[in-house]
Design a protein around this ligand. Structure first.
Ligand code: ADP
Ligand code: MG
Length: 368
């Protein structure tokens, strides 16, 4: 938790069973979650999963078909957008071309009746925060894409909104600038203690910027959690596959005196009886084992018992800091792994039969 969050513990916003129907299309299907004050939350999901619809419902541009939206404990479900204290930054920035940077950032203060001197002071303060104090009298067209974006961000933050909404904030920037701006926007919003909801379909952007990520699929909230929780404890194959790289091995469960085993035709994954996760797994069911590539160890020897299996190296790719291996299992499934043990992997070659192994603490078992 950062300093801004610690000083403002509490709930900024709550969605309770929010649904939005467009004819037969369920754009949002019973969405519930809480946003904490000072938090940076990213909604992540494929195109059409309901991210923009959620953002527009929070802003008040659309009315939910059912469900409730609370901001700072007050029911805002039917309150029009201009009466919600929400800042927005759009992907095309929507700066006023005929206004200087100073006037652009001062605009939301002006519409809220803030006096000229106070306005000037707050805009200059904001310009310092975004590092553009020297650009106050320029026009948007005299600035770079990254600078324009910082002006748009300053304009969304200057009136100290309860919540700031960012819809695909990096979409208009080239790849290199995007990485830079992700970090900059994260720093700026944290510095002023803003509560942010951002939308993206780029998992890396979500991982870089967010305190928590909400993963959307077909109008439903699949899972919400910190980047680490989502990576280490995905609750579905969809989440496992969406955050980072994942191997999904399908097998059948078998419980015995020692614990639980999920078996495929040339591998097995087992949890000891003492593992608390064992209780949730029943015998003789289909299950999926999630394995992260960097958590699988290759070995030249044939795998004996325990957690692991064997297969044939199909591809071996040198990536500088590590090797990437693609191993084909007997049932035809492929396992991707990454090894930093460059010396051992050097001795292995495409076509070789190798053993692979993993630790029970690194696997996630998902029921069918
Ligand atoms: P995302 O932002 O995740 O790409 P959206 O929230 O824009 O997804 O859309 C979610 C679903 O709702 C999609 O199936 C989309 O076609 C549908 N949808 C969104 N807005 C409308 C609308 N105004 N009329 C009809 N269908 C809509
Ligand atoms: Mg969208």
């Amino acid at each position: 938790m950062n300093a801004a969050q610690e000083t403002s513990i509490g709930t900024a916003m709550k969605l309770e069973g929010v649904s939005k129907l467009y004819g037969p299309v369920k754009a949002l299907d019973n969405i519930s979650f809480e946003l904490r004050k000072g938090e940076f939350l990213t909604m992540l999901g494929p195109s059409g999963s309901g991210k923009t619809t959620s953002l527009r419902a929070i802003a008040g541009f659309i009315q939910p078909t059912s469900g409730k939206l609370l901001i700072d404990g007050r029911d805002m479900t039917r309150v029009p957008p201009q009466k919600r204290n929400i800042g927005m930054m759009f992907q095309d920035y929507a700066l006023f071309p005929h206004m200087t940077v100073l006037e652009n950032i001062g605009y939301p203060l002006e519409t809220r009746g803030v006096k000229r001197e106070e306005r000037q002071r707050r805009v200059m303060e904001m310009l310092e925060v975004v590092g553009l104090a020297h650009c106050a009298s320029r026009y948007p067209k005299e600035m770079s894409g990254g600078q324009q974006q910082r002006v748009a961000l300053a304009r969304a933050l200057v009136f100290k909104p309860d919540i700031v909404l960012l819809d695909e904030p990096m979409a208009a920037l080239d790849k290199k600038l995007r990485g830079q701006m992700q970090i900059e926007i994260m720093h700026i919003t944290r510095q002023v203690g803003a509560t942010v909801v951002s939308v993206t379909h780029d998992q890396e952007e979500a991982l870089v910027m967010s305190d928590r990520i909400a993963i959307f699929k077909e109008g439903r909230l699949e899972q919400i959690g910190t980047p680490r929780e989502l990576y280490q404890k995905p609750r579905s194959e969809f989440v496992a596959d969406f955050i980072g790289e994942a191997n999904l091995l399908h097998g059948v469960t078998r419980s015995d005196d020692h614990g639980v085993v999920v078996e495929g035709c040339s591998w097995k994954a087992s949890l000891p009886k003492a593992d608390p996760r064992v209780q949730a797994i029943s015998n003789g069911r289909k299950a999926c084992v999630v394995l992260r590539p960097e958590r699988i160890e290759p070995s030249a020897a044939v795998h004996q018992g325990g957690n692991g299996g064997q297969g044939i190296i199909e591809d071996k790719i040198y990536l500088g800091v590590e090797y990437r291996l693609v191993v084909r299992m007997r049932d035809g499934s492929k396992v991707n792994l990454r090894s930093r043990d460059v010396t051992s992997v050097e001795a292995m070659n495409a076509g070789d039969r190798i053993g692979i192994s993993w630790s029970p603490s690194d696997i996630v078992i998902l029921g069918d």
